[in-house]
Design a protein around this ligand. Structure first.
Ligand SMILES: Nc1ncnc2c1ncn2[C@@H]1O[C@H](COP(=O)(O)OP(=O)(O)OP(=O)(O)O)[C@@H](O)[C@H]1O
Length: 296
């Protein structure tokens, strides 16, 4: 299968601090992928390198086989909606659609106008005077009009109310289903991601913690509840993601590589949210109490 995005040992550093490190992953074409991680995990940094806004300090990033940095041909294949949906606020939505046609060689202005008309967005009002949700829809319509093969969205629904969020995600799903566009979408809203995404990338502490098709990842993880557990290996368990213990009982989130044969463990299925939260709970906090002058 064709690969839309591929990184190998990709890294970006600010001063002495790695914003993203040893990032190796691939995103097959046609997927709608969730990019998840706590604040400061490196999500925007990864997206900015994928869209050629940042030059990597280590490793490589390729979009459909091309390096995006300083590569106009590669950038023509990528749509990007940045975190705060920046738009020229004095321009109207209609003017932005016209401008897009002058700046992009493959531009579907009719698609953008049809979408914006369906959403009831006025064509003649400066976008600075639209609501946050309407602005996000304008930004998405412009990104889709570019007919990108890869669409990168950095927290596109963060500022939207639940109804606007649902409409935005439905619009996104509808149009990428028609066009076959690959999407990589960062968000903190796990329930939304569970509804729309079929591929998952978890970042934590500047590193990739988990990558793969949602269906496989959910199927491979189990919650085990059983007698207090030490460090002994459990047959069928490839790794323990997270463990909590009482005096007599242990509860483990595990990644399996076979059936759990030991009947002293009760094995429960997990949701995507359980898996994500398990990986997010594991990892160091970048800023210590000492740095803030508070006791540990
Ligand atoms: N321009 C910059 N200069 C210095 N450090 C930066 C810069 N941009 C990002 N960082 C640092 O890089 C790390 C990763 O930041 P990034 O914005 O990629 O995280 P994120 O996962 O997108 O976070 P959020 O969910 O808050 O948007 C953070 O520690 C951040 O402080």
């Amino acid at each position: 299968m064709e690969t839309a995005l591929e990184t190998d040992q990709l890294g970006k550093r600010y001063g002495n601090t790695w914003a993203l490190r040893d990032c190796s992953l691939h995103l097959p074409a046609g997927r709608i992928a969730a990019l998840v991680g706590p604040n400061g995990a490196g999500k925007s940094t990864l997206l900015h390198m994928a869209v050629g806004l940042l030059r990597p300090d280590a490793g490589t990033v390729r979009v459909f086989g091309e390096t995006p940095y300083d590569n106009t041909a590669a950038l023509a294949e990528i749509g990007f909606v940045a975190q705060d949906t920046p738009l020229y606020r004095d321009f109207t939505a209609g003017e932005l659609v016209t401008m897009g046609g002058k700046l992009n060689r493959r531009w579907d202005g009719t698609l953008a106008r049809t979408r914006l008309a369906q959403l009831g967005i006025p064509p003649d009002k400066p976008v600075g005077k639209l609501s946050g949700g309407q602005r996000a829809q304008v930004a998405l319509a412009l990104a889709l009009a570019k007919r990108p093969r890869l669409l990168l969205l950095d927290e596109p629904v963060a500022s939207l109310d639940p109804l606007a969020r649902r409409e935005f995600l439905q619009a996104l799903m509808g149009s990428v289903a028609e066009s076959g566009t690959t999407v990589l979408l960062s968000s903190h809203l796990l329930a939304d991601l569970e509804r729309v995404c079929d591929y998952l990338i978890v970042l934590h502490g500047a590193r990739v913690r988990l990558v793969g098709p949602v269906e496989d990842l959910v199927a491979e993880h189990r919650q085990l509840v059983g007698p207090r557990h030490g460090d002994d290996p459990i047959p069928g368990v490839a790794s323990v993601v997270r463990a909590s213990h009482t005096d007599r009982q242990s509860t483990l989130l595990v990644r399996t590589d076979g059936p759990i044969g030991d009947t002293s463990w009760a094995a429960h299925e997990v949701t995507l949210e359980d898996v994500i939260l398990g990986y997010l709970a594991d990892g160091d906090r970048p800023t210590s109490n000492e740095a803030w002058g508070v006791p540990a």
